[in-house]
Each structure stands twice: as C-alpha cells, then as structure tokens.
Design a protein around this ligand. Structure first.
Ligand SMILES: [Fe+2]
Ligand SMILES: [Fe+2]
Length: 261
C-alpha cells in the first residue's frame, strides 16, 4: 500500500476545511426543506464525529507488516479529516438554524458494528457509510439551492471520494491474501450489509429525501449502483495485484533456473 502518498494527501488537505466560510451568507431555503435538512445533517454530523480510538488500535495490528508501513499515520490523519467534516457540518447545521444532536440510534448501531470483528470489518463498516455518504452529499449538492450547503457538500464529497480510494487500496491488499472462497464470502456479506444499511439510512432520512423530491427507492438504487461500482474497481485492483505477484514469482523462478544452469 502506498501509504506515503496518502499521508501527503491528508496533510495537504488538512487546511482546506477551516478555510470554507459561509457564515456571512444568508439562507433563503423554505422551512419545508430547511428543517428536515437540518435534522438529517445533524445525524451525519454525529456520524463523522468519532474519535477513532479503536480504529487506531486495530491499525496497530497491521503496522508491523512491510506493505502497511505508515498505515498507522495515514489512519490518524484520516480520522482527523473525518473530525474536520464533523466540525464543518456542525457549523453548517448552526448556520441553517438547526440543532446538533448527541445521540442517535443508527449512529449507535454503526459504532457498535464497526468494532465487532477486526480491522477489515471496521474498514468495511466505515466504507459502507462512505458509499452511502457519496450518494447523500451528491444528492444535497445537486438538489439544495443554497450556497453554504453546496460548498460544504462539494468539499466533503471530494474528500469522501478519496476516502473510498484509500479504503479500496487497503482492502485490495488484504483480500489478496484470501482464498477464492474467502473473497466470494467477503463480497457476498459486504453486499448484504450494504443493502441492509442503505435501507435503514433511506428510511431514517426519508423526511429530508422527500423534501428534496428524492424517493427512497431512487436513493437506494443510487447507493446500490455506487456499491457495485466500488466492488468492480476493488476486484480489478485485486486482479492487478494477483498479476503483479504472479509476475514477480515467475521472474524469481526464472532467475533461480538461470542460477542453477
Ligand atoms: Fe467524512
Ligand atoms: Fe470518509
């Protein structure tokens, strides 16, 4: 895994969030949109606010592996970026006249789920949330005609696309060590958990989606497409790694034959 590139990316990106200024802008959204939007954004704000303590602890497990050198630092910076999203969303919710929340049932489930098994599963649950976030922030960006909402969503969306690539790189290296059956099982349970989570999130945010003229079915469909796109790229990544490993082994075998001659 090219952890140095990710460390550099997160370090460079760190200053961006606090530079986004929208407090001086007015808000002309009607209450029929503003109120459900604030409620919905407050849930996402809470979701982005985790301290990442257990994720960092899990990351220490892979830190000694050669191909994950620097992963720990990259995860630290990744968690900082998620917290920057949380601060940005908190400012936005207040700007729109909404209230922040301290606890919410879907968020509690996510947090508990994330740490049930191991690092791969923790990343997978995070990834599931990020795939849904991609569709959510994209929908808000396109549907909410308010400059503050659009600028925040655009930045978070940009970051989350990078997060997806970050998780993809990690998972492809881990999946490469799985057997064919192991990969199949991983893919099946990932698709299932994603499908269930998407339906829960769509239901939980139905008020906001309705206000924006997006049906739950449409939202679920877009999330399903996002998951399929991610899986396709992940498979390609794993295949590329398989191929490069095969080529290295072949080269090593050929050079041994040469030496033996
Ligand atoms: Fe985020
Ligand atoms: Fe993220």
């Amino acid at each position: 895994m090219n952890t140095q590139t990710w460390i550099q990316h997160y370090e460079t990106n760190a200053a961006v969030h606090d530079q986004i200024r929208f407090e001086s802008l007015g808000c002309s959204l009607p209450d029929s949109i503003r109120l459900p939007l604030c409620q919905s954004l407050a849930v996402f704000q809470l979701g982005e606010s985790g301290g990442g303590t257990r994720l960092r602890r899990y990351a220490r497990e892979v830190a000694p592996l050669e191909n994950f050198r620097g992963y720990q630092r990259a995860i630290d910076l990744f968690v900082c970026e998620e917290q920057a999203h949380s601060r940005l969303l908190a400012r936005l919710v207040k700007h729109l006249g909404g209230q922040l929340i301290q606890k919410q049932w879907t968020n509690s489930i996510f947090r508990r789920l994330r740490f049930l098994v191991n690092l791969e599963f923790a990343i997978q649950v995070l990834l599931t949330a990020e795939l849904i976030a991609e569709v959510y922030y994209g929908t808000l960006y396109l549907r909410v005609k308010d400059p503050s909402v659009r600028s925040v969503c655009q930045q978070i969306l940009r970051d989350e696309m990078k997060h997806l690539a970050f998780q993809r790189e990690f998972l492809s290296e881990r999946l490469q060590t799985f057997s064919g059956a192991g990969r199949w099982f991983w893919q099946a349970q990932f698709r299932l958990i994603h499908a269930l989570t998407t339906r829960v999130v769509a239901w939980d945010h139905r008020g906001c989606l309705r206000a924006l003229g997006v049906s739950m079915t449409d939202f679920i469909q877009r999330c399903t497409q996002a998951q399929a796109r991610f899986q396709q790229r992940l498979d390609q990544h794993v295949t590329d790694l398989d191929f490069s490993l095969f080529s290295e082994e072949k080269l090593a075998g050929e050079s041994q034959i040469e030496v033996a001659r």
